[in-house]
Ligand binder design. Structure first.
Ligand code: MN
Length: 270
């Protein structure tokens, strides 16, 4: 089995190499990841500049804790997480059996996955028909990747054992705790917002400068069965995703709201 691994925390991120250690036991791993931290860039692409891809020598010291034990082909990319996934699947690596993005430091839950670089990269695997896992641990500083690594190994095995016709896109989030404190695994639905933004003015220089942070708690109730609820209750959350923001239920309402607008615009009867 051929596995593409990417992320948005960058090629040096410990979570990426924790994933390598898990996936090496299941198949041949190709790492194609941004050369720097890119959290929050969502699904953005680099369309107006060339993107450089460089082979990472196994002894570069980039690989982090213990990972030099494993022979793995790794490339760093000057573009975004989504660029990395596209370049890997279209050119550098080619077809694979599984795409993994992560393991991200910090959860990716609810509507917030819209700006997640971890999910943004994974989308590029899913839209090409590959089974895809995005995995995140719910702590930005000092995350515990131990349980995530075990789970990733188990999930990669199951996905490789199955010949399903439609590909799965699974968004996995784990609480950053030790195994004994985890309640279990819940298959969940996507919640709403998990954090709001706060904006702080920063002084200095001409013109105003602001800093946007995603750290404002959301006051709305956390609904049982959602990914946000699972993490809050120390469960691992596995959310099946699809791509599609369309809202066909609203077509009649919008037709009503805009009734006659075509005639008005074109200055001729409908
Ligand atoms: Mn990240």
């Amino acid at each position: 089995m051929k596995i593409l691994l990417t992320n948005d925390d960058g090629i040096k991120a410990p979570g990426l190499w924790a994933a390598v250690r898990a996936l090496r036991q299941v198949g041949e791993v190709f790492v194609v990841a941004p050369d720097r931290e890119q959290s929050g860039v969502g699904a953005s692409l680099t369309l107006h500049a060339p993107v450089k891809v460089e082979l990472v020598p196994p002894d570069a010291g980039l690989i982090g804790d213990g990972a030099s034990l494993f022979p793995v082909t790794a490339y760093s990319v000057t573009g975004t997480p989504a660029d990395s996934c596209i370049l890997a699947l279209e050119s550098v690596v080619g077809e694979v059996d599984l795409v993994v993005s992560g393991i991200n430091a910090g959860s990716n839950l609810g509507w917030d996955i819209m700006v997640s670089g971890t999910v943004g990269a994974a989308i590029q695997g899913y839209v090409r028909g590959y089974p895809t896992i995005a995995m995140s641990v719910g702590a930005v500083s000092n995350p515990n990747f131990e349980v995530a690594t075990r789970l990733l190994f188990l999930m990669a095995q199951r996905l490789s054992d199955n010949n399903r016709s439609s590909s799965l896109f699974l968004n996995v989030n784990l609480p950053s705790v030790t195994l004994d404190r985890i309640g279990g695994v819940k298959v969940t639905r996507l919640g709403r917002r998990s954090y709001g933004e706060s904006v702080r003015e920063e002084g200095g220089g001409p013109g105003k400068q602001y800093r946007i942070s995603r750290n404002r708690p959301i006051s709305e109730p956390v609904l049982e069965g959602t990914d946000i609820w699972a993490l809050k209750n120390n469960y691992i959350s596995i959310t099946p995703l699809q791509i599609g923001l369309g809202y066909p239920e609203q077509i009649p309402e919008v037709e009503d709201l805009l009734s006659g607008v075509s005639a008005q615009l074109l200055d001729r009867p409908d």
